[in-house]
Design a protein around this ligand. Sequence first.
Ligand SMILES: Nc1ncnc2c1ncn2[C@@H]1O[C@H](COP(=O)(O)OP(=O)(O)OP(=O)(O)O)[C@@H](O)[C@H]1O
Ligand SMILES: [Mg+2]
Length: 350
Amino acid sequence: MGLFSANDDNLFLGVDIGDSSLKMVELRKKNKKIYLSNYAFSENVKGVNFTKIEDTNYLAQAILKVKAEAGIKARRVTASLPTFSVFSSVINLPTTNRKNMDAVVAEEAKKVIPLPPEEMILDWKLVPDSTSGNTQESGRVFLTGSPKKLVRHYIDIFRLAKLELASLETETFSLVRALMGNDLSTVMIVEIGASSTDLSIVQESIPVLNRSLEVCGSTVTTALSEKLGLDFNQAEQFKFDLSASLSDSAKEDLPQLIIKTLAPVIHEIEYMRDFFQKNSNGRTIEKIILSGGGALLMNLADYLSQHLNVQVIVGDPFNRISYPHEMKSIIAEVGPKLAVAVGLALREIS
Ligand SMILES: Nc1ncnc2c1ncn2[C@@H]1O[C@H](COP(=O)(O)OP(=O)(O)OP(=O)(O)O)[C@@H](O)[C@H]1O
Ligand SMILES: [Mg+2]
């Protein structure tokens, strides 16, 4: 059952197809306000990696199952393309001839994208100049290239699931939309998932610097399981209990084992911040926004804030979305995991 009974026409669905999870958020628009209508996820399906499966029918059935079990009714969908399979980079354009931008970008793309241009779908956005903030004069564009084969695969999945695929985008854009809205400040988003950690520096809503690391939530679980002699599922539970059992005021420092395991992520944050700040005429990272299930790790935001001397918050993707007050604590728990799906659903609605 959905949270509200609604007319299907005003419902929009975001589907986040991750490595080991399928997540959905259904939003409803009414009188210019956006309401949470429903959400669902199938997490940690053992041995299944959704982004590697080529069997479209299997994936379509998996989507239909999660959707039916939750009672999701939306027909229009935006879905995410896996970050690792989409090329994205900021490129500098030659100073001459910026009239036909599509052609200039396509020509420059050939130099940086490893696949033949006829196999890619290119998309680009002008990046604001770091000094003047003027977009037109910067000569820099944020380029994404998605393999046509992959896009066709996703179109087939949703056709088989009898859903109308309105758009596809990479997770970083969904995260920016969900976590930042119209905020144009310069921030770093750190999305700690079950199979990777994705870091992006976002300048005026454009993810200008992006990195992906293997160290992530499940690395912490594996380290705990080895240290405590627990199997993976027990260690996962231990990790959740650690975050949940302590009240805010009684929270201890982040355990050394977790700090050690996450050291590569912390180093990468520092490295990216320094690199960006040195190369952007004094622009600074104003804040770090944590997201993904790993953002819920006990005391992580506080630890990072002290260690890095910058404001660190756990992002709230439901910030601009209305939901029943009684759901506040549930939303705080599931919010970071649903940020990508919220951003996807918001794409067609806001
Ligand atoms: N309360 C919590 N405390 C600590 N860690 C948590 C908590 N809840 C979830 N996690 C961790 O977050 C991770 C799952 O996060 P998320 O749902 O964002 O990943 P995913 O989207 O499935 O993975 P990916 O995006 O990497 O493919 C797991 O490693 C899980 O252990
Ligand atoms: Mg994810």
